[in-house]
Design a protein around this ligand. Structure first.
Ligand code: PGA
Length: 253
């Protein structure tokens, strides 16, 4: 059985004090949720990581980052290294988010370098893949996803793949209020697992948690989570409010 993993991606939202207020509120709400058989991750902006690390100590919530550099350290003004993230208490890191690909020209090859580095630092990568609207309309979804998975995850060992999280995020669904139907999302997640099986074998592919992301809300989370190959959610806008993210976590049960 794969344990569901629900992750909050705050993107460029919340000051440190807003992040702290959210976290105190959220941890209290989580205590009241019966279903605890689910992994919960918060990925705040870098500047809030150390404050949240303290606030989350002793809770069941893990800390994650939204991006990192692939080098151990060096002359990369404005970047964050994997060692900095693991030292501050991060357990995971979102890599290859479509906004990184779109606005910061990240390529599959960059994502791959980052994924390989993350494992060296014991950071679990949450690797995002997904097609844009034109690609979906042209019926190229599977071709695009296959390329992103094959190039982004090349060179991993089967043991690493066991730990991996993949997030299927159709780009047209992110921040738009247009969610993929649970059936369509299930179909793509099954396809992702099939590609992973070709690359790493049945056992590893069967262990990978594959999230869905793109306008997940309290009202649609349970339907999405009921699909067999949807093992969690990567939540943007609806994770900024503690009550809303808590009710999405509850839907994972
Ligand atoms: P959204 O973002 O929930 O606001 O659509 C999801 C994401 O980009 O991870």
């Amino acid at each position: 059985m794969r344990k569901p993993v629900m992750a909050a991606n705050w993107k460029m939202h919340k000051t440190v004090s807003q992040a702290a207020d959210f976290t105190r509120d959220f941890v209290n709400r989580l205590d009241e949720i019966k279903n605890q058989d689910c992994e919960v991750i918060i990925c705040p902006p870098f500047i809030a990581l150390s404050t949240l690390a303290e606030l989350l100590e002793g809770s069941n919530v893990y800390l994650g980052a939204q991006n990192m550099h692939w080098e151990d350290e060096g002359a990369y003004t404005g970047e964050i290294s994997p060692g900095m993230l693991s030292q501050v208490g991060c357990r995971c890191v979102i890599l290859g988010h479509s906004e990184r690909r779109q606005y910061f020209q990240e390529k599959d090859e960059d994502v791959n370098r980052k994924v390989l580095t993350a494992f060296r630092y014991n950071l679990t990568p949450i690797v995002c893949v997904g097609e844009v609207l034109e690609e979906r309309k042209a019926k190229n979804t599977e071709q695009v996803i296959r390329r992103q998975v094959e190039k982004g995850l090349g060179g991993l060992t089967a043991a690493q793949v066991h730990e991996l999280v993949v997030a299927y995020e159709p780009v047209w669904a992110i921040g738009t209020g247009h969610t993929s139907s649970p059936e369509d999302a299930q179909q793509v997640n099954t396809f992702i697992r099939k590609v992973l099986e070709e690359m790493f074998g049945k056992n590893a592919a069967g262990a990978v948690r594959i999230q869905y992301g793109g306008s997940v809300k309290p009202g649609n989370a349970a339907d999405l989570m009921s699909q067999q190959d949807i093992d969690g959610a990567l939540v943007g806008g609806a994770s900024l409010d503690a009550a809303s993210f808590a009710s999405i976590v509850e839907a994972a049960g």
